[in-house]
Design a protein around this ligand. Structure first.
Ligand code: ZN
Length: 549
């Protein structure tokens, strides 16, 4: 088949203009070794010109699959109406554009059990909590990126926030695929492509075209929708406005920035998790200071250090000095009259206090005092909810409490609740977290730079099989390839890799594999079936009817 852009518009969908015997080959990724591969194509002797041999070369890069922790927010309006958190299918729909645009095989995301409410909260507060979530997921080896997805019908006050705090944090509204792809670019340390205002932009972004500073530079193709993007009217995803695709500059920079997954150290270090807000007038709010034992590490941006903290021993001598870093560029410095900083600082047995400094000036000094007491009721699982309650007491401060959940008897933990106070309860839907026979809840309560760590006895939680969600039109034309989109997810099995999601038609047979594909279909009534392993030994199946005219 021969495909060409439609109409006079410089960019747009491809339509089929001539039908010739198709010479399209799909080679499963597992057959493609990283490096250069020789391709030999023999055309059969029956071809009009007689037997022909074609030799080609292709090179493949071994690309790591980035892992993203997703926090889905509900949103309670002023009148008390609750907009529910985005579903797994909505999460899949939001990341779909980034999976096609960015240099990644797919995105391996995990939707965390943490279900905060975004109602009435400011964007910086939401991003600061995401940074804290990212820090806890990083400390427990659950990946380096944390993304917040807010319900589309809820509060719309979120824009760029990708380089917030320790980097690797972003947020957008569910369904905003362009917003997600842009913020994911920030997570890979991409600043904005050159724009007219120059604020927070990347001075090294190539001047591909005179008169269009943020042009993608060369023709881009969305292979899943068969759409072409021309440099004359398409901005880079890290630019703003209008048509957007990805430039070679942004594509290769992201390819180089996909992080390795750090191995967990054998000896769990003790750290103190600090979340502070440094105001422009030099004052400092210390929101969170939680000593915790955790095996993982936290990636740090290489930007400027507006704040440092000395760890002191009992005599006031400095044991170590730690610099809080902010990531360079994306968010203009000084957009808010403060900087939120979240980091984990090494914290050994002899640590007795902290002294914060901005420049040479001392800002605040804290001494280790008394830890709160804490009790955690034995968790009960009933009607699809894991329920427990806790109390925590301290003579002088309101305890700060982090609840963590483990499905593997304490080998890994994910945060499921952040709160402060003297009592609270946790109600966690079993379908929002992985299950198993030895699940545990853990409470870390802290005050005065001292903490108490309480871990529940093990309890069983049912395992959730993957469910398939598909997006397929009711009717389609045989003149153009039909777009199929699907995903399969459960908190236990995670995201189904694209090569395990199979598509078939009862008219045309096997259609291929993938999260998103465009396939030519014959006219008629089709039953399209998507199949994926459900993660518990069975198969998840979804079937829809499609009329092709
Ligand atoms: Zn941005």
């Amino acid at each position: 088949m021969l495909w060409a852009p439609v109409g006079d518009t410089p960019s747009g969908p491809l339509v089929q203009v001539r039908s010739i015997p198709p010479l399209e080959f799909v080679v499963p990724g597992q057959h493609c070794r990283a490096g250069t591969v020789n391709l030999v194509l023999d055309l059969a002797p029956g071809a009009p010109e007689g037997p022909t041999t074609w030799l080609g070369r292709a090179s493949f890069a071994g690309v790591r699959v980035p892992r993203v922790n997703v926090v889905v927010y509900s949103s309670t309006g002023r009148d008390g109406t609750v907009t529910p958190a985005p579903t797994p299918a909505e999460v899949a729909g939001t990341v779909a554009l980034a999976e096609r645009m960015h240099p990644v095989p797919y995105l391996e995301y995990e939707i965390l059990g943490l279900r905060p409410d975004a109602g009435g909260r400011s964007r910086p507060d939401t991003l600061a909590e995401l940074s804290l979530t990212q820090l806890f997921t990083g400390l427990f080896g659950l990946g380096t990126f944390t993304f917040g997805l807010l319900p589309a019908a809820g509060d719309g006050g979120l824009a760029c926030g990708g380089s917030h705090g320790i980097g690797g944090v972003g947020a957008c509204l569910a369904g905003d695929g362009t917003g997600f792809a842009h913020e994911l670019g920030h997570m890979f340390n991409r600043a904005h492509a050159a724009g007219p205002d120059g604020a927070g932009t990347d001075p090294a972004y190539p001047r591909y075209r005179p008169g269009k500073a943020n042009s993608i530079g060369e023709v881009g193709i969305d292979v899943a929708t068969r759409t072409v993007f021309r440099p004359a009217d398409t901005a880079d995803i890290m630019g703003y406005g209008g048509r957007q695709w990805i430039s070679p500059y942004t594509y290769t920079a992201i390819l180089d920035a996909i992080p390795e997954r750090p191995p967990a150290p054998a000896d769990p270090p003790r750290v103190i998790v600090l979340a502070v807000r440094l105001h422009r007038n030099g004052t400092l709010d210390i929101g969170t200071a939680i000593p915790v034992e955790a095996p993982g590490g936290v990636p740090r941006p290489a930007g400027p250090s507006p704040l440092s903290v000395d760890v002191l021993d009992a005599s006031g001598a400095v044991l170590s000095t730690h610099h809080f870093r902010t990531a360079p560029a994306p968010v203009p410095a000084g957009r808010e009259p403060w900087t939120d900083l979240v980091d984990a600082v090494a914290w050994d047995e002899s640590a007795a206090g902290l002294a914060f400094h901005a420049g040479g000036a001392p800002l605040a000094r804290l001494a280790v005092g008394e830890a709160p007491t804490a009790r955690l009721a034995e968790p009960r699982v009933r009607a699809g909810i894991i329920h427990t309650a806790w109390i925590s007491r301290h003579p002088r401060q309101e305890p700060r409490v982090v609840a963590l959940y483990s499905a593997d008897d304490g080998a890994t933990w994910q945060p499921v609740d952040f709160s402060s106070g003297t009592a609270g309860s946790i109600d966690l839907p079993t379908g929002s977290v992985p299950g198993g026979s030895r699940c545990r809840l853990r409470l870390v309560a802290s005050a005065e730079l001292a903490s108490v760590d309480v871990i529940s006895p093990p309890f069983p939680v049912p395992v959730t099989p993957r469910e398939i969600a598909v997006v397929i039109p009711d009717t389609a034309s045989a003149e153009a390839p039909v777009q199929l989109a699907g995903s399969a997810y459960s908190p236990d099995a995670g995201v189904c890799p694209p090569d395990e999601l199979h598509w078939a038609s009862d008219v045309d047979g096997e259609l291929g594999t993938g999260h998103q594909l465009a396939v030519p279909l014959r006219p008629g009534e089709h039953r399209i079936t998507a199949t994926a392993p459900d993660g518990t030994g069975g198969h998840a199946v979804a079937t829809v009817r499609l009329t092709v005219r």
